[in-house]
Design a binder for this molecule. Structure first.
Ligand SMILES: C[S@@+](CC[C@H](N)C(=O)[O-])C[C@H]1O[C@@H](n2cnc3c(N)ncnc32)[C@H](O)[C@@H]1O
Length: 312
């Protein structure tokens, strides 16, 4: 029998009880317990290598409910057991819980900053022959890294820029690899660039293959995967864009990721988040600048990689 005032705590207890074969009914998806059990969301998220911001917990519960209903699962414990064995289920959960909204040249002021300030400075400061390395992290269906590829082509830098792009979602990466888009994705892209860089077929636009090939796609679960990962080429970046991702993650993950991103930059390297993302300066010894495009972080020259003091 459930007691109303302590639902979250009792659901945690019930989960343990259920796994040892007792008290099955407490986890029933139709009950109110799941909708209030942030700890269950955290457990499920942890299993799929994610974290979920407090503000997104309710949406995550609805998403988990939908998926359980579509799979005919009545109990959270069945879901938890299945996740380990069923990679497709894990991917479906990731896609239910994440938000993939994006478009080409989203946040135009930030792309202006990249074109007018960051790329010219990197070009001046990097030794001849060494590439400029950019990472789009949480790249969704590819619009962000391909916008960077277009920008570099426009600036005549394609031959010296390497672009990596990563996401936790397999589906997002498959969509990114297809590099084919509809009007909605191109709503911020001028006619001239549409003609220059896309091959139109009806209402679909396919990015020119030579540009698509410039972006290297990899699966990364931010917060769960070890970073930097030099063996996978995920280290020593001159510029990282991690925009509209951290806003969806919980505070502990944001702290950890801030330190990881710091360590993934070369000295003097740049990190851009979106205006709505949580601030990172508290969690790693970044230099911060207020620019026309909002806050931009840099790894100072000769800084230590040691963990920042989270309390300051
Ligand atoms: C709203 S989209 C942002 C896309 C692009 N950066 C932009 O600003 O337009 C967020 C993306 O982050 C990805 N994501 C969420 N959590 C992630 C994690 N822990 N690791 C890697 N990618 C993650 C989602 O799959 C989704 O594709």
């Amino acid at each position: 029998m459930r007691r109303a005032p302590a639902k979250v705590r009792s659901s945690r207890v019930a989960l343990t009880a259920n796994r040892s074969g007792r008290d099955e009914g407490v986890e029933n998806i139709s009950g109110a317990v799941l909708s209030e059990a942030g700890s269950l969301v955290a457990r499920i998220a942890d299993k799929i290598g994610m974290s979920v911001a407090a503000s997104r917990k309710q949406a995550a519960v609805s998403a988990i409910r939908r998926l359980m209903a579509s799979r005919g699962l009545n109990h959270v414990s069945s879901l938890l057991d299945l996740i380990d064995a069923d990679e497709d289920l894990k991917e479906e959960l990731i896609d239910e819980v994440t938000v993939g909204e994006t478009h080409f040249f989203r946040g135009p002021a930030q792309f202006d900053l990249v074109r007018d300030t960051i790329l010219p400075e990197l070009r001046r400061s990097r030794p001849m022959g060494s590439p400029i390395r950019i990472w789009s992290l949480g790249c969704a269906s590819g619009e962000e890294p391909y916008s960077l590829a277009i920008l570099c082509e426009e600036e005549g830098l394609s031959n010296i820029v390497e672009i990596a792009a990563s996401d936790i979602s397999r589906k997002a990466l498959i969509d990114a690899a297809s590099a084919e888009y509809g009007e909605w994705s191109l709503r911020n892209t001028n006619e001239c660039w549409r003609h220059r860089y896309f091959l139109q077929s009806g209402s679909r636009y396919r990015l020119r293959p030579d540009l698509a090939r410039r972006v290297r796609l990899t699966k990364v679960a931010l917060g769960a995967d070890a970073l930097p990962a030099p063996q996978s080429g995920l280290a020593d970046f001159d510029l990282i864009l991690c925009r509209n991702v951290l806003v969806y993650l919980d505070a502990a993950a944001v702290r950890r990721i801030a330190r990881q991103l710091f360590a993934c930059l070369v000295e003097d390297g740049w990190l851009m988040t979106a205006p709505t993302d949580p601030p990172l300066w508290k969690h790693a010894p970044f230099e911060t600048s207020i620019t026309s495009a909002g806050v931009v972080y840099r790894r100072p020259i000769s800084s230590q990689e040691g963990p920042a003091d989270d309390r300051c």
